[in-house]
Design a protein around this ligand. Structure first.
Ligand SMILES: *[C@@H]1O[C@H](CO)[C@@H](O)[C@H](O)[C@H]1NC(C)=O
Ligand SMILES: *[C@@H]1O[C@H](CO)[C@@H](O)[C@H](O)[C@H]1NC(C)=O
Ligand SMILES: *[C@@H]1O[C@H](CO)[C@@H](O)[C@H](O)[C@H]1NC(C)=O
Ligand SMILES: *[C@@H]1O[C@H](CO)[C@@H](O)[C@H](O)[C@H]1NC(C)=O
Ligand SMILES: *[C@@H]1O[C@H](CO)[C@@H](O)[C@H](O)[C@H]1NC(C)=O
Length: 592
């Protein structure tokens, strides 16, 4: 903040300088919202020296940040304050949400390139009020609603690209004299190509059931001798469109069922993951204790295991107590064991300590925990309750915890965790936590850390220990915001490869990242060298770091909700997928 202040004072005394100072603070607000990590602008210098920024004597006139890894939603009071802006290019980033409505204040804007992002919502009327626009490219986003006729207001428009969005309804009769470059392909428009656009090529209207002009004649206006084949073709197109729509609905339904928080029990998985063999690489220094290990050896009174849900009951209490056991780790709520009942049946047992609760209350809380079914939560299968002993039986996760995958055996031979796997784990863990938070407004996990993110044999992440904070008396701060903070630390851990607690020493990762950034020695030293060694995509790592820093904001009210964290990580992955799609690399032809 201090250098910015110096800079503001420095520029305060002439009118143009005052403009520039205002532009500078608007740009910094923009950067803090969507590009904190990827735009290392030096606030001691004039904004005109910042990468991507161009000025004239009036102030900032051009901001070009294509493909820079910007992520998030553009707030009002940022770009809208750049009143001298003539050219804005933010194409090929991971920006989403509605456009800031105050963009209308950029009344000198000639070139607006927002293509290849995921902006959503309608094309708001304000776009039509920026009458200076010459080129407007909104292609490849998630805009929806109708295309407004008021675009006719943009009398200077030469290029209008709206393809690959979700615009619907009929195409309005745009009558823009200078319009040369036009594309509305791959939307959900229907009906006739309007009069004034009939000179545009057919490829401007691809992938929709429109008709007339360069396309198939519309039914009503077909040439008199309408042949069977052309009416068939019309039917076929409608059929294909219908089929595509049905498929889309089907995919949506499947996705919905799959990610629904209280989804159906993943029954097959119980035996599958329970039966999975522990690969050599996952042992991480621990001794494999199959047949030779001692039995679980918990002394219990004559009660039985209570099984939850519909999982097959493959063993009973005696089997479990006789099984060979191995300590997996000591956690906040007790010791976790791996119990091998048979070669193909392994479970994890969590022996709870300090739980003093009547059986009825305990049973109710356990029922609530097991009701939370989600592909990214470790399923709770059974519990045991007696006065002196309480334990929980979970699916065993063969690859252990994220913590051991990230930090185990460093320095010796180990298989590093690839970037793609890390970001997938981040997304899945976020979805698991989002599910927990969705059960009630104040629901929280209470103990998010990398050792509580467990990994299945197919590298899927599952959050463990959910619900346990409600069994044990705890002095911890149990809020969703506290979970978001802890998850942010986990994201920083994934990118930096640094453990937040190491050999009894506590490293404040958010502070370390901030300080490293401020020292300004470049961002590379932030990254886990196992990632840089394999040339992992730097922008994506920076984007994930930014999400991590947002989550670890000191003020809990400034932390995003888990659902928006999930959305951001999804955006990073989409962005990455799109980047691979080298075909789509256009801003339109150069015309002046
Ligand atoms: C943008 O302009 C508004 C009103 O002119 C002002 O209140 C706000 O502080 C400005 N935003 C920034 C980041 O400077
Ligand atoms: C696309 O926009 C729709 C409607 O505005 C919204 O519900 C949906 O979440 C958006 N999808 C993505 C992936 O951003
Ligand atoms: C059309 O442009 C005029 C100024 O030329 C403006 O006053 C009006 O609000 C614009 N209409 C829309 C719908 O944006
Ligand atoms: C319109 O966009 C689609 C999809 O990107 C493309 O296939 C088509 O060639 C474009 N047509 C024109 C006229 O730009
Ligand atoms: C920012 O610019 C100032 C003035 O040129 C310079 O002294 C400083 O080292 C720069 N800071 C960074 C982090 O590059």
């Amino acid at each position: 903040m201090f250098p910015l202040l110096v800079f503001l004072l420095f520029y305060f005394f002439s009118p143009a300088a005052a403009d520039l100072a205002a532009d500078g603070s608007a740009l910094i607000a923009f950067r803090n919202a969507v590009g904190r990590m990827v735009l290392p602008w030096n606030t001691s210098l004039s904004p005109c020296k910042w990468k991507g920024v161009v000025c004239s004597s009036n102030g900032v006139t051009s901001l070009r940040l294509p493909g820079r890894g910007l992520i998030g939603q553009i707030p009002t009071g940022t770009l809208g304050n750049l009143s001298n802006l003539r050219s804005l290019s933010l194409r090929r980033n991971a920006l989403f949400g509605p456009l800031p409505s105050d963009l209308a204040r950029c009344t000198h804007l000639h070139f607006l390139y927002l293509n290849q992002n995921r902006f959503s919502g309608q094309i708001l009327p304000f776009i039509s009020s920026i009458t200076s626009l010459i080129r407007l490219n909104l292609a490849d986003n998630n805009f929806s609603g109708e295309i407004p006729l008021s675009l006719n207001n943009l009398t200077h428009l030469n290029l209008l690209y709206l393809e690959s969005n979700h615009f619907s309804g009929e195409m309005p009769n745009l009558d823009i004299p200078k319009l040369e470059h036009f594309n509305v392909s791959f939307n959900r428009l229907k009906g006739p190509v309007p009069e004034k656009l009939r000179g545009m090529p057919a490829s401007a209207f691809l992938g929709m059931s429109m008709c007339g002009g360069p396309l198939q004649p519309c039914l009503g206006e077909a040439p008199l001798k309408l042949t069977n084949s052309s009416s068939l073709a019309g039917g076929a197109i409608a059929g294909i469109a219908l089929g595509a729509f049905a498929l889309f609905v089907l995919v949506l339904t499947v996705l919905f069922l799959f990610f629904r928080c209280k989804g159906k029990a993943d029954e097959a998985n119980f035996t599958e993951t329970a039966g999975a063999k522990l690969p050599e690489s996952a042992i991480k220094g621990k001794e494999m204790a199959a047949a030779s290990a001692p039995p679980l050896g918990i002394a219990v009174s004559k009660k039985q295991l209570v099984f939850l849900g519909n999982a097959p009951r493959l063993f009973d209490l005696e089997d479990l107590l006789r099984s060979s056991a191995e300590v997996l780790g000591k956690g906040t709520y007790g010791i976790a064991y791996k119990a091998a009942l048979e070669e193909s049946l392994v479970v994890a047992v969590k022996r709870l300590k300090n739980v003093k609760m009547p059986e009825k209350e305990f049973a109710e809380k356990i029922k609530a925990i097991s009701a939370m079914e989600h592909p990214n939560l470790v399923p709770l299968r059974a519990y045991y309750y007696s006065r002196e002993e309480k334990f929980l039986v979970y699916d065993y996760m063969p690859l252990g915890s994220l913590s051991s995958l990230l930090h185990g055996n460093r320095g010796s031979s180990r298989t590093p965790l690839k970037w793609e796997t890390r970001i997938k784990i981040a997304l899945e863990a976020a979805r698991g936590i989002e599910c927990i938070h969705s059960t009630s407004p104040s629901a929280s996990h209470g103990n998010i850390k990398s050792s509580n993110i467990l990994i299945t044999s197919s590298y899927r992440a599952r959050v463990s220990e959910h619900g346990l904070s409600h069994l044990a008396p705890s002095s911890q701060n149990l809020t969703p915001e506290a979970d978001v903070y802890s998850f942010g630390v986990l994201l920083l851990e994934l990118v930096t490869g640094k453990a937040p607690a190491h050999g009894g020493r506590f490293v404040n990762l958010p502070r370390w990242v901030e300080e490293t950034l401020i020292r300004g020695e470049g961002t590379r030293e932030l990254f886990d060298e196992e990632l840089t060694r394999f040339r992992s995509p730097e922008e994506e790592m920076l984007m994930l770091l930014q999400v991590g820093l947002d989550c670890t904001s000191q003020n809990p009210d400034h932390r995003p909700e888990m659902s928006s964290v999930v959305a951001k990580i999804e955006e990073i992955r989409h962005w990455a997928a799109r980047k691979k799609d080298k075909l789509k690399e256009k801003e339109g032809p150069v015309v002046f």
